[in-house]
Design a protein around this ligand. Structure first.
Ligand code: CP
Ligand code: NVA
Length: 304
């Protein structure tokens, strides 16, 4: 059967992304009351830890009438070396969708190429599309949209930064990134976004922050990079989002962080716990956006 996946934000057209976020907004406000996943199941493969992704996908599936299975490498044969391709084929005969969080992005692509059901990327070393879609919903909720807005990314050119670039590629907003040398985003993803949207990479966080309406950061050491912690702390010194750095942004700028956060490292407690922070709405929006994604990919909701 023909199906679609969500591996990266550009898997959806600009118009489809707008409609997906309209659908997520109807879920956020409570006006959506259908159960498109009735009788359906989602397999959730987690090769890395998760709080938000795991709970929001599981609860979201249930709210849409379906059922979710949490599969960790301790429990499934994938953790003992069963090939991804075999796992994909077998799971596809039981479930109606597969969400996967893992290390290598190519594993998600391989899973999708062998699965007969939709595959949703729940984070790889390269991308975190569900999170940035939730961030876009949060921007829309608090600023009315991203049209004419300046978005700043301060810190690592990681999976989150790459997904923001993918969002700029499709939606065309201004994105200013400040990354230390050696920690730039993926060069191909950066070049593709730069070709169509006002995207700039700075070394000085203050420059990237100037007049920003949305300020984003993320951990300096992502999952799987724990051995680089000390080296990264040195490289990212000066990249903490502090109250004085926030002063460079627009006076009504909002602060976003995908969480989990390390207060005193990438962000000062006064910022993440302060009046400009929207991180709790951002975390909540994971639920609404992922319900919209599942309703479309697995539940027959249309984006036309
Ligand atoms: N932001 C995010 O993906 O959080 P978890 O790692 O808790 O899922
Ligand atoms: N960049 C972080 C995001 C966590 C949600 C990581 O990959 O660990």
């Amino acid at each position: 059967m023909q199906h679609r996946d969500l591996i990266a934000i550009p898997d959806f057209t600009t118009a489809e992304l707008h409609r997906l976020l309209d659908l997520a907004e109807s879920m956020r406000t409570g006006s959506y009351d259908r159960k498109p996943l009735a009788g359906k199941s989602l397999a959730m493969i987690f090769m890395k830890a998760s709080t938000r992704t795991r709970v929001s996908f599981e609860v979201g599936t249930w709210q849409l009438g379906g059922h979710a299975l949490f599969l960790s490498p301790r429990d499934v044969q994938l953790g003992r070396g069963e090939p991804i391709a075999d796992t994909a084929r077998v799971l596809s005969s039981y479930v109606d969708g597969i969400m996967i969080r893992t290390f290598s992005h190519s594993e998600v692509e391989e899973l999708a190429s062998f699965a007969g059901v939709p595959v949703i990327n729940g984070l790889t070393d390269l991308l975190h599309p569900c999170q940035v879609l939730a961030d876009l919903l949060t921007v829309r909720q608090h600023l009315g949209g991203w049209e004419g807005k300046r978005i700043a990314w301060i810190g690592d050119g990681n999976n989150m930064a790459n997904s923001w670039l993918n969002a700029a590629f499709r939606l065309g907003f201004e994105l200013r990134l400040a990354c230390p040398e050696g920690y730039d985003p993926d060069p191909e993803i950066l070049a593709r976004a730069r070709a169509v949207a006002p995207v700039t990479v700075y070394r000085d966080p203050a420059e990237a922050m100037d007049g920003a309406h949305v300020v984003n950061t993320d951990v300096w050491t992502s999952m799987g990079q724990e051995e680089e912690q000390v080296q990264r702390e040195k490289a990212f010194a000066g990249y903490q989002v502090t109250p004085s750095l926030m002063d460079r942004a627009a006076h009504d700028a909002i602060f976003l962080h995908c969480l989990p956060a390390h207060r005193g490292e990438e962000v000062a407690a006064e910022v993440i716990d302060g009046p400009q922070s929207r991180v709790w709405d951002e975390a909540e929006n994971r639920l609404h956006v992922q319900k919209a994604i599942m309703a479309v990919l697995m539940g027959g909701e249309k984006l036309t």
